[in-house]
Design a binder for this molecule. Structure first.
Ligand SMILES: *Cc1c(COP(=O)(O)O)cnc(C)c1O
Length: 389
């Protein structure tokens, strides 16, 4: 397809010009595990589903294009994508990792990869001195989430990449929260981008998927071997479902962004709220870096209530907003990280970072902002009334 198309057009047209034989506007689901060979030594390009499937290939091609990568790999979940990427490393290798990290990634590193002799140090990846202090002779890569989940800390991707290049380390960025619509780390110098496509890319809380995008032919070839060998690949139906969701990514992200900013401003002025963590607010310490490397803000932010006693009644009284454990879908979800997504991170580490029992994470959906403000406002008011009794 025309390379000069803007991202909105590319997204809307995913798969729509890939089937010239029939002209199908939606690329079909090739529910086939095997592919006939015309004759000995010949292949249509497809042999066996784990290695390559036509539906998954359309997704992988567009995924690479969206992130300005050389190759894309669709996996059965975000965790499967992370496991596949971490399989680049082995006995004695060490990773420097963002301190405020997705809980599942921390668990994978500490419970599973540690068995294979891979270790990790957790640092504020926006602090170059901390990065340098954590580097050991075995360090092979730096792994960054920006913004972090749930505390929305921002890392300067360009600065980390240039530090990493100086020391011959790979830079891996989990870009789940911003998506390539708002931020493209490979353009800023990163080598690998990972996504939980279950979140914004799918966008409708109805498909589990992960993506890996790589830069460079050697790394892309190595990732293809890992992807096929580990086999945590995405099936054709889920590939279709993911592309279906991605077609509206641009529209959704714009609404997620404006809704989240409206809700963050509402909470900033609310008497029951102690602190709001949203990198789109000028008071946020990462505001300028965020603006310099991204074209917009995610729909996720977090906030602390003044008193932990508010948490239980607020979660009981929200009605439009669901108390549930995910993010990035069209429906608004509220999560309590200390007992849900981040429960596997030891309490000392969580407290040191600030993921404490007063923190709520809000994945703001695409409903009308006023309805969300009313719902949360009512829940806070009902909680206050109960606590004063
Ligand atoms: C959800 C999530 C993951 C894990 O992805 P799954 O699709 O749930 O396996 C990884 N990183 C981040 C930032 C996430 O939000």
């Amino acid at each position: 397809m025309d390379e000069k198309l803007r991202i909105e057009s590319r997204l809307a047209q995913i798969g729509s010009q890939e089937d010239p034989a029939t002209g199908a506007v939606n690329f079909p689901i090739y529910q086939s595990t095997a592919f006939r060979h015309p004759r000995l030594g010949q292949s249509t390009g497809f042999d066996y589903i784990r290695t390559k499937n036509p539906t998954r290939s359309v997704l992988e091609t567009v995924a690479a294009e969206l992130e300005s990568g050389d190759a894309g790999f669709a996996c059965s979940s975000g965790m499967a994508a992370l496991q596949t990427v971490f399989a680049l490393f082995g006995q004695g290798d060490h990773l420097v990792v963002s301190l405020d990290l997705y809980g599942g990634t921390y668990r994978l590193l500490e419970r599973i990869l540690s068995r294979f002799g891979i270790s990790a140090s957790y640092v504020d990846t926006n602090d170059l001195e901390a990065l340098e202090a954590a580097r050991t002779p075995g360090t092979k890569a730096v792994f960054v989430e920006t913004p972090t989940n749930p505390l929305m800390m921002i890392t300067d991707i360009r600065a980390v990449c240039s530090w990493a290049k100086e020391h011959n380390l790979l830079t891996i960025v989990d870009n789940t929260l911003l998506t390539p619509f708002f931020q493209r780390p490979l353009e800023l110098g990163a080598d690998i981008v990972v996504h939980s496509a279950t979140k914004y890319l799918g966008g409708h809380n109805d498909v589990l998927a992960g993506l890996i995008m790589t830069k460079g032919s050697e790394l892309s070839a190595e990732m293809a071997v890992l992807h096929n060998s580990i086999g945590a690949v995405l099936g054709p139906s889920d590939s279709y479902q993911l592309m279906r969701g991605m077609k509206t990514l641009a529209l959704r992200m714009e609404r997620h962004e404006s809704n989240a900013l409206a809700l963050a401003r509402f909470l900033q002025d609310h008497p029951a709220i102690a602190e709001v963590f949203h990198p789109g607010l000028p008071e946020h310490p990462g505001f300028e870096i965020q603006n310099s490397q991204s074209s917009g803000n995610t729909g996720i932010f977090s906030f602390k209530v003044k008193d932990a006693a508010y948490i239980e009644p607020v979660l009981r009284h929200i009605r439009l907003i669901a108390f549930a454990e995910s993010l990035g879908g069209v429906e608004s979800l509220m999560t309590y990280p200390a007992v849900q997504t981040h429960a596997d991170i030891p309490v000392e580490i969580r407290d040191a970072v600030g993921v404490d029992d007063r923190l709520l994470r809000f994945s703001v959906g695409i409903e009308h902002a006023e309805d969300l403000i009313n719902d949360l406002g009512n829940a806070l008011e009902a909680a206050r009334a109960e606590l004063e009794k």
